[in-house]
Design a protein around this ligand. Structure first.
Ligand code: GDP
Length: 502
């Protein structure tokens, strides 16, 4: 990923040329959008598969559909140009996806190249080069001369080692549909990225809700193959229909099972599409509390756009001041400029809310937001913005259960009743309510706590008894009443917590 003209295409071409045997390289067609290269590392040959996602739109679109096809993102920054809007966006996208980022500082062959300036600029986005004490791998290279391309590849293998990205070839294959189309002569053609296991000709699979029986496979070098291993992207013939890009696929050993799963899924899909259409709104600042996800730590994802860098800094500084022990504000992207469709895509893929400060919407952004159900909040006053964010964070907090005092009664007499006993009481203050919580106190010690099971007045069951009235209290699990016991009644209520009161 990276800014336009920073050399993504050239870099991919260069890697392909150096890594793929002559003759074969010419045969590679780019239309698969994915190809693999072999990299020697510590004497072992490993496969790195590149997904050619020139912009980050494709990356984000896949992620919006729940697919995780990218293990490592490579950010290309031209050394003669520096950090640009799309660079910042790409960082945001990689971060939102939670994938490690390796920076390729390109065009170092150029005279104007200043790789150190790029490192400096990237520090503003919390990307600190390893050699400067950080943990981001940055490789200065030239796609044009080929300098340091090997280092980049080695670094990718290294990161995959550290991240323990490994697959098991000895299991049924699974992976993701990279793209698919209908070919007039060959029928549905799907490009599948094998992420685990091995896919073989003749096997049955289900991609999304589409059944398929692999008739033939072609790899990214146009070779017909019978076995596709992890990290290969292959074109597969034999699908019964065209699956959608981003759909996951699994191999099933039984054809019958595969067919029935595909059938079930297509029925479900039809239903859920309907449900989606009905409840199409994603996250809004006000609906966040309802959507507060599981887990101890809750996150509020924000995309921040403002008129100028200065406003951004002020807002970010103020956001940091908000207490974040329970709800964390995650700013996926903060950049000056108008709110664009790319921002909407990122928000939709990451369940984020877009906050605009003294800025406007680019053409098409409003429609995109409506279509995707993305909440855009616009402000001109910082404290109003902060108020709303804080409100949303408080909405995310679990409501607190607190005791609400109902009243006290004194036991004035104890009567036998059946096998147990009933306490004749006088309500001193407040009221007793049937089924409320009670504690029985004797000389300030709690001798019983539980639910007020039976409440009577003049032999009649009643719902409540108020101050100054007498009543009979019976508990199934407690009979050892004594005169002078105090019944303290309360109920549990949920209280919305405010951050300030914590
Ligand atoms: P993309 O938009 O990111 O895919 O960028 P391209 O790969 O199309 O490259 C944009 C321009 O930069 C082209 O004219 C390339 O020839 C040039 N370019 C790419 N990499 C290098 C490099 O390492 N050195 C030099 N000098 N030029 C490069």
């Amino acid at each position: 990923m990276g800014h336009v003209d920073h050399g993504k295409t050239t870099l991919l071409d260069a890697i392909r040329k150096t890594k793929v045997a002559q003759g074969e390289a010419g045969g590679i067609t780019q239309h698969t959008g994915a190809y693999h290269v072999d990299v020697e590392h510590n004497g072992v040959t490993q496969q790195v598969v590149f997904l050619d996602t020139p912009g980050h739109e494709a990356f984000t679109a896949m992620r919006a559909r729940g697919a995780r096809v990218t293990d490592i993102a490579v950010l290309v920054v031209a050394a003669d140009d520096g950090v640009q809007p799309q660079t910042i966006e790409a960082i945001g996208h990689a971060r939102a996806a939670g994938v490690p980022l390796v920076v390729a500082i390109n065009k170092i062959d150029k005279e104007e190249a200043q790789p150190d300036r790029i490192k400096q600029e990237l520090m503003e986005y919390q990307l600190v080069a390893e050699e400067w004490g950080g943990d981001t791998i940055m490789v200065p290279l030239s796609a044009k001369t080929g300098e340091n391309l090997d280092t980049l590849l080695e670094m990718l293998v290294l990161v995959s080692d550290v991240e323990e990205l490994s697959a098991n070839p000895d299991r049924p294959a699974k992976g993701t549909v990279i793209e698919a189309h209908l070919d007039k002569a060959r029928g549905p053609v799907a490009t599948l990225l094998i992420q685990n296991g091995t896919l073989r000709v003749g096997e049955c699979l289900v991609a999304g809700s589409v059944f398929g029986k692999v008739r033939a496979m072609v790899d990214d070098r146009r070779n017909r193959i019978t076995d596709a291993y992890p990290s290969y992207a292959v074109e597969v013939l034999g699908m019964s229909d065209v699956p959608a890009a981003g759909d996951e696929f699994d191999v099933f050993l039984s054809e019958k099972e595969a067919r029935s799963i595909a059938d079930d899924r297509s029925v479900n899909q039809r239903q859920s599409r309907l449900q989606q259409a009905m409840a199409s709104r994603r996250v809004t600042l006000s609906s966040l509390s309802a959507q507060a996800s599981e887990g101890e730590l809750k996150e509020l994802n924000l995309i921040l756009k403002a008129d100028v860098q200065g406003s951004l800094e002020a807002i970010l500084g103020a956001l940091e001041q908000l207490p974040q022990d329970e709800v964390q504000v995650r700013v996926l992207l903060s950049a000056p400029g108008e709110i664009t469709e790319t921002d909407i895509d990122l928000a939709a893929a990451s369940n984020a809310v877009i906050v605009g400060f003294s800025t406007t919407l680019a053409t098409g952004a409003r429609q995109a937001a409506d279509r995707e159900g993305v909440d855009i909040r616009e402000y001109n006053v910082i404290y109003k913005l902060l108020d709303d964010i804080q409100g949303a964070m408080e909405g995310l907090l679990e409501p607190e259960l607190v005791e609400e005092d109902l009243g006290q009664a004194e036991v004035r007499a104890v009567f036998p009743s059946g096998r147990g006993s009933v306490a004749g009481c006088y309500v001193l203050n407040g009221q007793l309510v049937r089924n409320c919580n009670i504690r029985v106190l004797r000389k300030d010690k709690v001798v019983f706590s539980g639910i007020l099971d039976s409440l009577r007045r003049m032999r009649e069951d009643v719902k409540e008894v108020n101050t100054g009235f007498e009543c009979g209290v019976g508990l199934p699990n407690f009979n050892s009443w004594e005169e002078g016991d105090i019944i303290s009644a309360f109920r549990m209520v949920t209280k919305r917590r405010t951050l300030a009161s914590r």
